[in-house]
Design a protein around this ligand. Structure first.
Ligand SMILES: C[S@@+](CC[C@H](N)C(=O)[O-])C[C@H]1O[C@@H](n2cnc3c(N)ncnc32)[C@H](O)[C@@H]1O
Length: 216
């Protein structure tokens, strides 16, 4: 297992036990996402963690493939699915950066609290775009560290040190302007863009983007 997967597996039980940072914000994101879902849809979630969001939306769609690099996160997710009697979500260990997935095969992709934790967000956003059917939807929620952490440059040398000692995950620093540009770059149109006011710019940027319909 690579160091990053080990980090996330190690903190999985604590992560599962912790409260959602802001329940009202989380509920609003679920509600807005729900409006885009239909019973015949195939969904992919990457960086699913302990599966909470996938399990909430499972009743509204046909199938969800939920992937994560951390086996312990997935064990907890599978246990929750079993307890809730949910059978249309498959939890699979995989890295989004090298997931083998058919082009134009998925209706909706969720990437929640994950784009800032990837080696190369641009490459993954482009993969998300290619994987979505025409008219498909990308739902993301992303912490834009550069917007609120003045000393973000410190992470350039602290980050690799923390990772090699195993107490930090891989973190990619960028701001909300760069995030929006990265999402639009492959051809997405942003349909919904919300950065809750709660703790100012510390709040994750919630974006729903659509791939153009065929022929658009
Ligand atoms: C901050 S947690 C977010 C979990 C969940 N999406 C949520 O909103 O609660 C990030 C998750 O992404 C996973 N992860 C990190 N890099 C990944 C990658 N390249 N591919 C798939 N999962 C990844 C981690 O193991 C972790 O479970």
């Amino acid at each position: 297992m690579d160091k990053n997967a080990k980090f996330w597996s190690r903190i999985a039980d604590k992560y599962a036990a912790g409260p959602v940072p802001d329940e009202n914000i989380y509920q609003k994101k679920l509600k807005v996402t729900h409006e885009y879902l239909k019973p015949d849809m195939k969904v992919l979630e990457f960086g699913c963690g302990t599966g909470s969001t996938a399990l909430v939306h499972a009743h509204s769609v046909k199938h969800i493939l939920a992937i994560d690099i951390a086996e312990r996160m997935l064990e907890i997710a599978r246990q929750k699915a079993k307890e809730q009697g949910i059978e249309n979500v498959d939890f699979k260990q995989a890295n989004m950066e090298d997931l083998d997935v058919e082009k134009e095969s998925i209706d909706v992709i969720f990437g929640l609290s994950i784009l800032h934790l990837l080696k190369n967000k641009d490459q993954v956003i482009s993969k998300v775009y290619k994987t979505l059917k025409p008219g498909g939807i990308f739902v993301s929620s992303t912490t834009c560290i550069q917007d609120f952490f003045k000393f973000y440059k410190l992470l350039e040398w602290f980050g690799p040190l923390g990772r090699s000692l195993g107490f930090l995950p891989l973190v990619n620093v960028f701001g909300s302007k760069e995030l929006r540009e990265a999402i639009k770059a492959p051809g997405f149109t942003i349909e919904y863009d919300w950065q809750p006011k709660g703790k100012g710019k510390r709040q994750a940027v919630f974006i729903i983007a659509r791939k153009p319909e065929a022929g658009d």
